[in-house]
Design a protein around this ligand. Structure first.
Ligand SMILES: Cc1cc2nc3c(=O)[nH]c(=O)nc-3n(C[C@H](O)[C@H](O)[C@H](O)COP(=O)(O)O)c2cc1C
Length: 304
């Protein structure tokens, strides 16, 4: 008989059956090949970022495939809170896994108001803050200005009882500083990281490939940078870190866990392999068994 391997992990007060979950915006429960049982075997379910009001998103083209991944400039098109409440939330009701709602805002007040509204829904376990969205008031990204980031999280925490997860931008000089700022301001978990700003150009037409000109780079090409960031950040912060960026298989997820991440999110890889998350959960279990560990917790941050 096979030894039982414990894949469960606690991220603060959030209890996950295993450390694998989708990345926001890359996985839709209404449009997946996974059945309900398979969805309930994920570590958590995360929504696409929602906003308080309807947002149009960016003009097309919105996606450009690169050698090591993809550039996207989707721009958070969203139907707003009312649509989320009436159309999406009911679909989430009968899942047993933690539900994480990713959210964006145009200002600190906008973030706080949305958080307050979401706070009354018992089904939601955590709020994931998408900090890579430009603050329309002064053009700054919440995720690249330490003072704005700290203030946003500090104010937001006053408006919610939910677990607050800060999804940091990697487009900064020192992501450790941003993670420490998020922790000090009250974030319960940091997520390393959102996409890297990039650009591709059509040399014949001599125009950018994306309607928005620049976009966010995701996929395998960014993974080594993310692994290094996870490794640096987890040596400094005390709160749990979730890794995201370029995971396509078990080995990639294990790299992040060994570097110090307590869980991983999988994004772009879902587009080419809808079963990738299930494969990775199984693969992690097999790795632990082969290496004679009993729990996922035994390997988190093993690489110093
Ligand atoms: C098409 C697309 C849409 C995305 N939408 C969101 C979003 O709504 N909110 C968010 O926080 N991140 C969004 N992301 C970023 C992903 O959640 C993830 O951070 C990024 O893709 C890196 O992970 P990956 O390399 O595994 O794809 C999006 C990424 C892609 C490719």
């Amino acid at each position: 008989m096979k030894d039982k391997i414990n894949l469960s992990i606690n991220l603060g007060s959030l209890h996950l059956l295993n450390p694998v979950m989708p990345a926001s915006g890359t996985f839709d429960i209404r449009d997946t090949l996974l059945n309900k049982e398979q969805l309930n075997s994920l570590g958590a379910i995360i929504t696409k970022s929602i906003a308080s009001h309807k947002r149009m998103g960016n003009p097309g083209p919105r996606i450009w495939e690169t050698e090591g991944g993809m550039l996207n400039a989707v721009g958070i098109p969203a139907e707003g809170f009312k649509y989320f409440k009436e159309e999406i939330l009911p679909l989430l009701e009968d899942f047993q896994v933690p539900i994480i709602v990713s959210m964006v805002g145009d200002s600190i007040a906008d973030f706080c108001q949305l958080a307050k509204k979401l706070d009354s829904f018992k089904k939601i376990s955590a709020l994931e803050l998408n900090l890579s969205c430009p603050n329309l008031n002064d053009g700054l990204y919440f995720g690249i200005n330490k003072d704005v980031l700290g203030d946003l999280i500090y104010q937001l925490k006053k408006n919610t009882e939910k677990v607050v997860m800060a999804k940091l931008s990697p487009n900064v000089t020192d992501i450790t500083e941003m993670a420490l700022t998020a922790e000090e301001a009250g974030a319960d978990i940091v997520i390393i990281a959102n996409t890297f700003l990039g650009m591709a150009i059509d040399i014949e037409k001599q125009i950018p490939r994306l309607g928005n000109k620049a976009g966010g780079l995701s996929g395998p090409g960014i993974r080594p940078i993310i692994v290094r960031m996870i490794w640096e950040v987890t040596q400094r912060v005390k709160i749990p870190v979730i890794g995201v960026g370029g995971v396509t298989c078990t080995r990639d997820a294990l790299e992040m866990l060994l570097a110090g991440a307590s869980a991983v999110q999988i994004g772009s890889a879902n587009f080419s392999n809808p079963y990738v998350m299930l494969n990775v959960i199984k693969g992690i279990e097999e790795y632990l068994r082969r290496k004679k560990y009993k729990s996922i917790r035994d390997i988190i941050g093993l690489v110093k």
